[in-house]
Each structure stands twice: as C-alpha cells, then as structure tokens.
Design a protein around this ligand. Sequence first.
Ligand code: DC
Length: 221
Amino acid sequence: MEKFHIAIDGPAGSGKTTVSKRLAELLGFDYLDTGAMYRAIALFLHEKGISENDDAEIDKALSNVKMEFKDGKLFLNGKEVGPEIRTAEAGILASKYAKIPIVRKHLTRLQREIADSRRIVVEGRDIGTVVLPDAELKIFLTASVEERARRRWKELKEKGESIPYDEILKQLKDRDERDSKREVAPLKPAEDAVVIDTTNMSIDEVVKNIAKLAKEKQKWK
Ligand code: DC
C-alpha cells in the first residue's frame, strides 16, 4: 500500500493524543506520538545528570541511545517506554530539552525513518512544518488555554495526581510560550494545515472531521 502521512500538531491539551489514537484506529493506520519520544529522551538525559546546556554530552548520549518503534510501541535501549513519561514533571523536562537543536535533529531523523513508507498518524508540534513537510494531510488542533488546562487537570486527576487548576494553567502558559517562541521548529500551523478549534467540540466530532478529510485526500492519490 502507498504511504499516507497524517500530521497532527497543536499545543498541550488540544486533544491531539486522544484524537490521533482514535483516528489511527479508525483508519487502520499506525500511530506515532513524538511527544512521547521527547519525554522519554528528556527523562533519560535528566536521569543521567546531563544538563540542557551541555551540547557535547547530549550529542554523545544521543549517539549511544537506541530508540525503536515496534508494533506501535516505543522502546528506549530495549525497554518499553511506560507511564513514567506522563507526569507533569516529565512534560516540563521534555519542553526544556526540546529547545536544544541537537535533540531535535536526532529525533526528527528518527521520526522520518519511522514514518517512511507507512500509513501513519504522527502527532507532535512540528510534524507538518518540519518533520513531514510533504504529509498528505496536515491538521493543527487548538483550544482555549483555559479549556486545555481543564482537560489536563482532569486527566492528571484521573491518574491520581491532584495538582491545582491554577498551577496547571500557569504551567500550560509557560509551556506554550517555550514551545512557540523557541528558535528551532517552534509550535505553529503549517501554511497548508487545516486548523481545527476543539474548544467546543467532542472528540468524536473532531475524529470524524479529520477522517473525512483523509478519505477525500486518498481519493485523489
Ligand atoms: O505532546 P506532549 O505534551 O507529550 O509533548 C511534550 C513536550 O515535547 C512538549 O512540551 C514539546 C515537546 N515536543 C516537541 O517539541 N516537538 C514534538 N514534535 C513533540 C513534542
């Protein structure tokens, strides 16, 4: 089958992960969560005590680290990446290390290799702009920052992490600022992306909309 790349970008809490997973399931596509890659690498570097400012050490560590994508799962040095990457702290670390060009270079190359000839939904911040500029379909999801904070708060609470709403709102604003103002691959919609504001939409509606767009594009291939 011919390759078909669907890029789903957007800020934290825009519904990217849930939407991307369901979309991939509905279309029978693979699914790659690039945020999980940044989170796993950030935790790895942090645990090794390598600072965000130490380019040489980061480069060395990344040249030796093995990240693989098998059966839809991510492995770091042979070990499956698990729920440890889903904490608020891991998100903050990911956003910090994601600013470093050498980290992005390494992960971008890996993401392209994974997507290569697949039919795949790839979720992230810079997929439509940098990683897969020739993606057949590019979607940029947004939602108001208050709604995104509410979603994140609920998600963390369900996982037993009870963090005050105001703190999450502040963390999200800081993270948006870091992700969109960084020099390399900042968070922004690709020129040819379809922007969907999910503030008042259900997950189902969003997924159906994107699936429809994907089917239309497939017809022309
Ligand atoms: O989507 P997420 O919250 O799991 O992403 C965690 C962090 O990783 C996010 O703050 C920014 C970074 N990231 C990135 O810079 N580029 C990507 N393609 C995906 C994530």
